[in-house]
Design a protein around this ligand. Structure first.
Ligand code: PFF
Length: 452
């Protein structure tokens, strides 16, 4: 049996886990769902749910990964009885979800790559780009989107086939600090815009009347998405942990880092969006529409644009590598005779085929819309606000049954680590009751909204 890789350093885990958690969800999706749900009150809801629901589930995923040294599909083999049936279905659902999410994630990452290249070209030729044609040309060309998605998938694939050390830890580890550095620099630039005060008010002043019946489930879906829980990613990452690593602390740090990055993304993006769009920005393409328009107004716009899209691309690549790795490690754990390279190759081809659907949603399949939402947006809402919370519900119920009492206690109460009996009690209550309860409440409110 091949030896399972493990993180070389503890810091390596943090870089990869945070690199996988911080992605398009923070910079592209967070601003648009916050806008759709009216601003400050939704941000507050998101913060509470990240700590009370997202973090406990993240800790549980890391813990089962560390204790079994397997990915989610591999774990199903070790369970028995009724637990096995429940867990097997959750595991399958989470892997399928990861697969489909990667396919539309690759398309949007391709957009980012395209924008980065355009700004680079503008910089080299010292020309300004016409912002109106920028997105329209891209969205009108399905083949270009498929081509960009394939370049993106090839890059992710190259990293994944290298394995834990040479692949994940080295690449994401190098990209993360650059990402954070660029983000901080851009936030400082954005803060100087005259819309900064208004955007702070929009982001942090909670006007609860702006929330709708769908807000709770949207916030939950987004928390799971942005923390990469419910996909089995953190189970796979946990399986590379060393015995001495402390899971609750790791879960806490990853949650805080991801949340801080989302808030920074808000500080970066909202002043720019408010500057551009007179408050209308509840649309997945708006980031791509508004930013180039602002950037092409100034002389150093090309440089700023290039930096922003490189930053976004680094985040998207890190997250895609995480998604890709989960699928591959599950295949390898499940089918021992399949090599990592082969599994990665077939995964890449399969994902690319599925990605043609979102890639053609803004051109050939433009007519297909429900409530004014095209295929790509429908996939996003359906997967993240419906399927992901259902999988997370199953995951919390499944994990609370499958996790061994001794393993849980050892993580929280080990004498040589930060330990707390009270925290252990709260975490168990969160896993068993709070997470399922809040998800069910979210769905009930959503249904109520549909009926009323
Ligand atoms: N958390 C990533 C984001 O916010 O963009 C998305 C993601 C990456 C989800 C990796 C799941 C995953 F395994």
């Amino acid at each position: 049996m091949p030896k399972r890789g493990s993180w070389r350093t503890r810091f390596g885990f943090y870089l990869v886990a945070i690199g996988s958690a911080c992605g398009l969800g923070n910079l592209w999706r967070f601003p648009y769902v916050v806008s759709e749900n009216g601003g400050g009150a939704f941000v507050l809801l998101y913060l509470i749910l990240a700590l009370a629901v997202g973090m406990p589930l993240l800790v549980a995923e890391l813990m089962i990964g560390k204790s079994t040294r397997k990915s989610i599909l591999g774990i199903t083999k070790q369970t028995s009885g009724q637990n096995q049936i429940l867990f097997r279905w959750i595991a399958r659902a989470s892997v399928v979800l990861t697969f489909v999410v990667l396919s539309y994630y690759a398309v949007i990452s391709g957009w980012v790559l395209h924008f980065a290249m355009q700004f680079f070209a503008g910089l080299v030729r010292n020309t300004t780009i016409d912002p109106n044609d920028f997105l329209r040309n891209l969205l009108g060309n399905g083949l270009l989107q498929v081509a960009l998605a394939s370049v993106h998938l090839i890059l992710a694939w190259l990293v994944v086939i290298k394995g834990v050390h040479e692949g994940l830890e080295k690449w994401i580890g190098n990209m993360m600090p650059l990402f954070v550095f660029l983000l901080i620099w851009l936030v400082f630039k954005s803060i100087s815009l005259d819309t900064f005060a208004n955007s702070m008010r929009f982001l942090f002043y909670p006007d609860f009347s702006k929330l709708s019946y769908s807000s709770l489930i949207s916030a939950l879906g987004h928390v799971f998405f942005t923390l990469s829980v419910g996909f089995g990613t953190m189970i796979t990452f946990g399986s590379y942990f060393k015995e001495t690593d402390h899971i609750p602390l790791a879960g806490f740090r990853v949650t805080i880092a991801d949340t801080v990055i989302s808030l920074m993304a808000g500080l970066l993006v909202f002043p720019i969006l408010l500057h551009q769009s007179q408050g209308r920005f509840a649309d997945p393409t708006l980031l791509f529409e508004a930013l180039p328009r602002l950037l092409t107004q100034s002389r150093i716009g090309n440089l700023f644009g290039l930096a922003f899209f490189i930053c976004l691309y680094i985040a998207a690549l890190g997250a895609s590598i995480g998604l890709f790795e989960v699928i591959v490690s599950n295949i390898v754990d499940r089918k021992k005779d399949i090599k990592r390279e082969k599994a990665a190759q077939w995964t890449g081809v399969g994902v690319l085929l599925v990605s043609t659907l979102p890639a053609f949603s803004s051109n050939f399949l433009r007519q297909f819309q429900i409530n004014g939402r095209g295929i790509l947006e429908l996939i996003d809402v359906f997967l993240i606000s419906w399927i992901l919370p259902i999988v997370a519900l199953g995951m919390s119920l499944g994990l609370s049954k499958v996790l061994d009492e001794k393993v849980m206690a050892a993580e929280f109460l080990a004498p040589n680590k930060v330990n707390s009996a009270a925290l252990y009690g709260h975490w168990k209550i969160a896993l068993r009751y709070v997470i399922p309860g809040v998800i069910i409440l979210g769905f009930l409110l959503e249904l109520l909204g549909l009926i009323l």
